[in-house]
Design a protein around this ligand. Structure first.
Ligand SMILES: Nc1nc2c(ncn2[C@@H]2O[C@H](COP(=O)(O)OP(=O)(O)OP(=O)(O)O)[C@@H](O)[C@H]2O)c(=O)[nH]1
Ligand SMILES: C[S@@+](CC[C@H](N)C(=O)[O-])C[C@H]1O[C@@H](n2cnc3c(N)ncnc32)[C@H](O)[C@@H]1O
Ligand code: SF4
Ligand code: SF4
Length: 323
């Protein structure tokens, strides 16, 4: 079992397979100028898998593949299969923008993927094009349908941005409700890579917008393994809100992150990381295990998005850490 320096059990590993992306979401990535990590600096699937095996052997029970856009990396299904074949009861999940899902969904399911979380900020093509800075929505809808047809369990992530898609919350919620998908609205987390001037809305504002259509909903007891607080509508449908500006879920934080370059990141907010690249490339598995333990020992207690008196903005890039 993996326990961090604050006594929290860590059983969730998020693995980013690339920092590249085919979208330029205003809240995540700069438009340009831009330089990507050279391909030779990325760990191969085999090397990433060496670390994943260590992590699973030490107590990781949930592995999420993310990015950048993870489906940009070739043969992702083969990587999923490596993990599934090693331990098929792992909660094996993917976070994606869905653009490449139409051709990939069934292959991912066949490889052993169990769940998929998809970013969908709007139902309007022009708004989607404004957020992603590319005309994406028609293909995203096809991708969501392909995942559904393949039998993958679907969660939708939506980041409401003030003046852009914030008034569409109920429409996005209804889209998910009608299809039986879970929806989570995420408070925009300020970071240095987002478009200047991008602003989110608070969880209270989100709830106020939902209440214009759904007058009554109740908070349900927290599942501490998730960053989301869920609320139940009168008809039983549940929607979630992720509110890092409250940071109460940090108290039960159960996760660490591995980037495509082999940096092991203890917290989404902070720049700190330790590299496992040389250790896995040279098959020094004991060293990789020691780095994992050290990163856990030093894991921060909580993020600083909640720090109202502190004007510091996170320098961490979501597209590098994988969100
Ligand atoms: N502040 C903070 N936000 C997080 C953390 N983990 C996830 N989030 C936010 O939630 C978003 C969606 O995360 P997902 O990739 O869907 O993963 P998840 O929420 O762990 O998904 P489940 O496994 O379905 O619970 C991330 O991009 C972040 O915006 C975290 O550790 N800290
Ligand atoms: C970095 S993306 C990677 C996976 C994939 N490209 C996608 O968009 O789903 C993972 C998640 O991070 C979220 N995200 C990115 N930047 C964010 C920000 N500044 N605040 C809150 N969530 C953010 C996205 O909405 C997405 O759900
Ligand atoms: S949120 Fe996902 S899709 Fe959007 S730019 Fe970031 S990595 Fe790409
Ligand atoms: S912000 Fe850091 S401490 Fe809080 S839940 Fe996320 S990774 Fe854990």
């Amino acid at each position: 079992m993996l326990i961090d320096g604050h006594g929290r059990k860590v059983d969730y590993l998020r693995v980013s397979v690339t920092e590249r992306c085919n979208f330029r979401c205003q809240y995540c990535m700069p438009e340009k100028p831009f330089s990507w990590v050279p391909k030779e600096n990325l760990l191969s699937y085999e090397d990433l898998f060496k670390f994943i095996k260590v992590a699973i052997d030490e107590g990781i029970k949930k592995v999420r593949i993310t990015g950048g856009e993870p489906l940009l990396r070739e043969n992702l299904d083969s990587f999923i299969k490596m993990i599934y074949d090693y331990k098929n009861d792992i909660d094996l999940a993917l976070t994606t923008n869905a653009f490449l899902l139409p051709a990939a969904a069934q292959k991912l399911k066949d490889a052993g993927l169990k769940r998929i979380n998809i970013s969908l900020d709007t139902l309007r093509p022009d708004v989607a094009a404004k957020i992603a800075q590319k005309d994406v929505l028609k293909t995203v809808f096809k991708g969501i349908q392909a995942a559904d047809d393949a039998g993958l369990k679907i969660k939708i992530n939506c980041v409401p941005i003030k003046g852009i898609n914030d008034q569409e919350i109920v429409e996005v919620l209804d889209f998910c409700k009608e299809r039986g998908y879970t929806i989570r609205f995420i408070e925009f987390m300020e970071n240095n890579h987002a478009k200047d001037g991008a602003k989110g809305i608070t969880s209270d504002e989100m709830k106020e917008i939902v209440s214009r259509k759904y007058k009554n909903f109740e908070m349900i007891p927290r599942d501490t393994s998730s960053p989301a607080q869920y609320y139940k509508l009168e008809d039983g449908y549940q929607f979630g809100i992720i509110e890092p500006h409250k940071d109460d879920f940090c108290a039960a934080c159960n996760r660490i992150r591995l980037t495509a370059e082999g940096n092991l990141i203890p917290c989404l907010y902070f720049e700190e990381a330790m590299s496992i690249k040389d250790a896995v490339r040279n098959n020094r598995i004991d060293e990789a295990t020691a780095i994992l333990k050290k990163v856990l020992a030093d894991k921060p207690e909580k993020n600083k998005w909640s720090d109202k008196d502190d004007n510091e903005t996170s320098t961490r890039a979501f597209y590098e850490t994988g969100g």
